[in-house]
Design a protein. Structure first.
Ligand code: FDA
Length: 314
């Protein structure tokens, strides 16, 4: 079963992710019980559940970033609602005294509606975040948004916000230039391989190429970035990072590792035990379906786990 599932292309999951029937079914069963399948990757639908998950993670000596799931909103009303939800999340995090770090997507704040609305919404969040000394990470979406995302980051940076960073994807062929551009400014970068299906004109298609680019970018960021985050579950990438840092005498506290909630908890605990700062990305909220499908696309063997849970649900 797992061999068959592993052969499913990432593309199949992109198609399934747009199915409204599947979304309806998943939304009905995915979070219903504490052992429902989506809970493996998503902390819950409410901020209270995310805070509870964050507390458990922090008890183990790890840090968190909370992501209120949502993307691709199509009206300024929806974008305003998402912004208000983020402001409420910031207030809840402050009240709960957990780590002050959030992640968000610009299409959630109206990037598809118009750029000015998106910048205004982001500034409202950054203002609230600055007062509470939060760090705000702007996730990177698919390649039509790369330039727009970097331009929005540069806009808020030029206004004077410093509590904001973004993400660079090693599968994009342009990323070495973008790393140089951001490092030149001092913007904090999270390095990832990239989660979307991209055309070969803009992105490497083979894992060895994506991995080689990841290692090159990691080295540049460790040498000249501003407290980079190396975000991967791949033991080979982790090993390349720790080896490079040791060889170059780069102190452990000048960068951090990050992984997603529910993935490779063994490796999370090991790295943190070895003294590397470690942050877990904790996604929550009702709009979890696209995020969930991307995780399945990365490791189709997880589908077997979902199917088994569905049978338990009945
Ligand atoms: P890769 O996919 O090559 O997997 C290596 C190994 O990791 C696998 O063999 C398996 O053992 C394990 N693994 C990976 N994914 C798994 C899964 N879903 N379930 C179980 N095991 C799994 N992307 C993006 O485009 N924009 C963004 O803003 C972000 N943000 C982000 C934040 C953080 C904290 C992380 C860790 C990742 C992201 N990503 C992202 C996702 C990223 O681009 C990438 O899709 C995933 O991290 C999977 O790639 P890996 O580096 O883990 O390697």
């Amino acid at each position: 079963m797992s061999i068959v599932l592993d052969a499913l292309p990432k593309a199949a999951f992109s198609v399934l992710a747009s199915s409204t029937t599947l979304k309806r079914l998943a939304s009905r069963y995915g979070m219903r019980r504490p052992d429902s399948f989506a809970r493996r990757f998503i902390a819950g639908e409410s901020v209270a559940e995310a805070i509870e998950a964050a507390r458990q993670i922090e008890c183990q000596g790890l840090m968190v970033t909370l992501d209120l799931l949502g993307e691709s909103v199509t009206s300024s009303d929806e974008a305003a609602r998402a912004t208000r939800s983020y402001l409420e999340t910031i207030a809840e995090i402050e009240r709960a005294h957990i780590g002050r770090n959030i992640s968000l997507k610009l299409t959630q704040l109206g990037l598809d509606v118009d750029r000015a609305t998106c910048v205004d919404n982001l500034r409202r969040i950054l203002d609230a975040a600055s007062t509470g000394e939060f760090f705000v990470r702007v996730d990177m979406e698919n390649s039509p948004y790369t330039d727009l995302t970097l331009e929005v980051i540069e806009t808020v940076w030029s206004i004077g916000y410093r509590n904001v960073g973004t993400v660079i994807q090693s599968y994009l062929k342009r990323s070495d230039r973008d790393v140089a551009r951001l490092s030149g400014l001092g913007v904090r970068v999270r390095l990832v391989k990239g989660a979307y299906r991209e055309p070969r004109e803009v992105a490497f298609q083979q894992k060895p190429e994506v991995d080689a680019a990841f290692v090159d970018l990691m080295r540049v960021l460790l040498r000249s970035g501003n407290y980079p985050a190396i975000a991967t579950h791949d033991p080979a990438m982790v090993e390349a990072t720790t080896t490079f840092a040791t060889q170059q005498g780069i102190p452990k506290d000048t960068f951090e590792f990050q992984m997603l909630y529910g993935i490779r908890r063994d490796l999370q605990a090991k790295l943190s035990g070895e003294g590397y700062p470690f942050r877990v990305y904790v996604p929550f909220g009702k709009e979890w379906f696209p995020y969930f499908m991307r995780r399945l696309g990365e490791r189709p063997a997880n589908v077997g786990f979902v199917v088994r849970s569905l049978f338990r649900e009945k």
